[in-house]
Design a protein around this ligand. Sequence first.
Ligand code: PMP
Length: 489
Amino acid sequence: MSKNNVINRINIDWSPDRNSPVPIYDQIVKYVCSKVSQGEWTVGMRLPAQREMAELWSINRSTVVTAMEELTSYGIVEGSFGSGTRIAGNTWSILMSEKGPDWGSYIKAGAFQANIPTIQVINKLEFRDYIRLGTGEPDPRLFPREMMEDILHELAGDITSLNYLEPLGLPKLRQALSDHLAKEGIDVSPSCIVITSGSLQALQLISMCMLKKGSRVFAEAPTYLKSLQIFQSAGMEIKGVPMDEEGIKYRFLEKQIRGMSSRGYEHLLYTIPTFQNPTGILMSEKRRQELLEFCKHYRLPVIEDTAYHEIWFDDKPPAALKAKDKSGVVLYLGTLSKSLAPGLRIGWVAGPESVVQRLGDAKMQVDYGASSLSQWVAARFLETGLYDRYLEDYRKEMKRRRDSALNAMEKYMKGKAQWRTPKGGFYIWTTLNSNISAEGLFKKALEEKILLNPGSVYDFSTNRSLRISYAYENSETFEKAIKKISELL
Ligand code: PMP
């Protein structure tokens, strides 16, 4: 189902020219005809609903109707207008017997699965004029512009080339990360760190290199991993493990691991112990210790995703699992995306040297290294101590946002939902009291130009929860949007 969705939906990045003497409906007809005749839009692709096109171009719906009627009469489009119109045929190609390849079937043929439709919609609308109430990105207004200016200015004189780098990444950056992690009690040498293009790529490399088809990846339920298709595309199953307020209930795994091992499959545990995405749960010190013992006992490798570890508010969280890992059970994933700049695309994996080498080798086949410029920038941020200084202010700001977000929730959502107070990270996991589906609310909110992240995209079954984020919008906008959501409820 998801494959069809990605190939089917047409993205329109064009608008009619109001100053042109050509009538607007005619411009639309010509635009659609040119896209079809050039083979950019293929048979079966779906145009947005009439109402959406009218809104997009700020024109009367009747103008869209006229254009679609004309296109229908040519045999270019067909379908029920209410639910969108499909491309039906390429008359020119047929007449001239210039049949292009059947891109539709090619697009469906690959093993890599498309995003689920809700995520596709979110990915698209995040770049339009919507209030982003669930986004897992820092507010661009928090970007440390002056620090970045200084760093880029200095680097301009220091960088001697932007050639490819060695498989594990820029040695300076790996050294800087090794020093940075040492401050967190994690003892890992630069040769045991591989730089990736964000931690997403780390997950991708792990899925390609380390598991057989049919293996299982265990993860907290709900989990960020469920919103991706990386492991599923590689033929693995993600299996949800329940949580309580102290983190993952690892005992649940016992029977499953035994069963899998006896059938010759490998398995992994993926966990976000600190300020988990999406629930915000912070794994307790005790649970961390027990989990590590458990995984050591069963020789179960752990992918520890620490994306939010540095964004704590009052108290520093317990040390990462990796800090206590003396037997190399843990693959540690880090990223600069949640704290500093997601667009740098800098993440890393720290783990046993053999694993890191294997991932580095795969990386050389996939993209030949993360951006060299980004690696220089990241190294400089860390080495100079600017990163730590920046983090101090960043944490204060995030805490301020969390507090005013909670005030707004208290004011508008009391009696309508329940939520957990996060001690760090970006998210307030909010569960609706009434039997309203979060997906339904997501659609209603879109009409109000508010983008929500329904909890079901992270879960293993439908739920009534929302992942609400205070990281992206400022407090005023957050409150305005929550008020609206409350009214919708
Ligand atoms: N892990 C977690 C838990 C995340 O929330 C995200 C971003 N949403 C990522 C990994 C991916 O981040 P990036 O690839 O930008 O490092």
